[in-house]
Structure formats: structure tokens, C-alpha cells
Design a protein around this ligand. Sequence first.
Ligand code: ARG
Length: 275
Amino acid sequence: MPTQVLLCPPTHFDVIDQKNPYMVGKHSIDRTKARQQWQALCSALQDAGCQVETIAPAPGHEDMVFAANQVFVGFHKSLGKFIVPSRMLHPSRQGEVPFYVDWYRGRGFKIVEVDLGDDYLEGHGDLLWHPDCSRIYAGYGFRSTKIGVEKFSRAMSKLEIPVIPLHLVDPYCYHLDTCFCPLSNAAVLIYPGAYAPESLAALRSLWERVHELTTDEAHKFMGNGIVANGRYLTPHITPHLDSILRQEGLAPVIVESSEFEKSGGSLFCMKAFLP
Ligand code: ARG
């Protein structure tokens, strides 16, 4: 069975309010280019052996194309496939969540509701599985809140899944997926400048090989790539990143995402892997 991946066409994609530093300033989106880039991402995922599923884009939800954020997706031996719906920080994004919850519910996913109260949790923007699914890394500080992550962590502990909280400190790395990318069970790509010292120390103790991106690489979303069947889909490459990927046995594939970068997102944010 091929790996399934969920994407949302960029039909209503736009940059309207300023939710992160990349969105500051005047940004007009080239719609034709955005569509081509999104299509190229679908093709690159298919070429890597993935099966692409789509959710219908809803008008008025300009960030719905970032399919990684609305829910956390998981699999548990007794519960089966499940999601944890997000509570997104920006009101303009909160309305995306029900569309995704309905999509997953319609495909048999159980809904694990975490009572977030006034706290926030932003799905796979901040919550990332270890590749063997033995634990979850959870970023907080800009979008997901510390208490939001603690509440999520308590819910996961009932399923016996440990959660590693990571304190994010660089506004350009407002989501964990901008500065953390597992390459295998042993190797991870990180941007060290994105973490508070104790979180960086925790990360270093948990991985056999920690590869570090430079500030420029991280802020150009080179850590927001997608690992798929021996490939690393990335919006840009440098000789430094190329050599890291080769060491880890991954072949780089460049997929441009300039239009989505204007919104503070790139390839990783535009999809959700399904269990
Ligand atoms: N404009 C979107 C936001 O600020 C971009 C989200 C990017 N997603 C991600 N997982 N990093 O919410």
C-alpha cells in the first residue's frame, strides 16, 4: 500500500493578515505560479511513490492549503487511526479545522478531543512524530502554547506515547516544522538557533546524528522538506545541505514554493501524511 498524503488545492490561497514575519510587507500572490508549484509538489510526491488525496478548498480560508496544521494525525495499536483537532492561534485559521475534522471523520479516523480551553495547539506545524512513531516532538512558544502542549501530552500519555516539549525562540521558526526534520530514526536536521538551550540539549541527547542548518538555510525553509522513499523534497538546496542529505542516503529533489513562502510556509506544511 503506497503512503497516502493529504493536500488542499491552493484555489483560495492568499496572503491577507500578517501571522508570521514572512507575511510582513506587501505580498501579492502569483496565482498561476502558486497552482503550478502546488501541482509540482503533488507530482513529486507521486514520483516518490505516494498516493495523493485532496480535501476541497473552502472559500474565505486562504491558509487552508497548509494541510499540516488543522489536526494532528496518528495511529495507535488499540485505538487505530485518530486525529487531535487543533485550536489555532489566529481567528482567521480557526474556521479551517472543522473542514479537516469532517474529512478525517468521513474516512474512519477517531477524534481524540483535547480540552484546550484558552490554549493553542497547531497540529503538525508543531507536533512531529519520530519516524518509528515511538514518540512525538512538540514545539511551543509562538503558536502552540506550553500548556496546550502539556494538555496534549497528558492525552498522549493515556495512549502510552511520550511527548518531548521543545521551546521555540526564533520568530522566523514559529512552527517546529521550520527547524526540525527527522531524516531517519537516527538522524535529524535542525536549526539550533530556533531553540531555548534546554530544548536544544534535549534534542542532542535523543538523536544519534544531529545535522545543523545555517540561519539562511533555515529561514529559506530548507528544514521544511519532505522525506519520502529515499528522497528529500526541498524548496532550495546548498552544497552544505546536499552533503548532509547524501551522507544520510537521501536524494534531494527541488520543488519550488516561492508563492507559499510569502505566507511563511513551504513543502512540509502543505501536506499531512496519513497512517
Ligand atoms: N500563513 C500560515 C500561518 O501563518 C502558514 C502556515 C505554515 N505552516 C506550517 N506548518 N509551518 O499560519
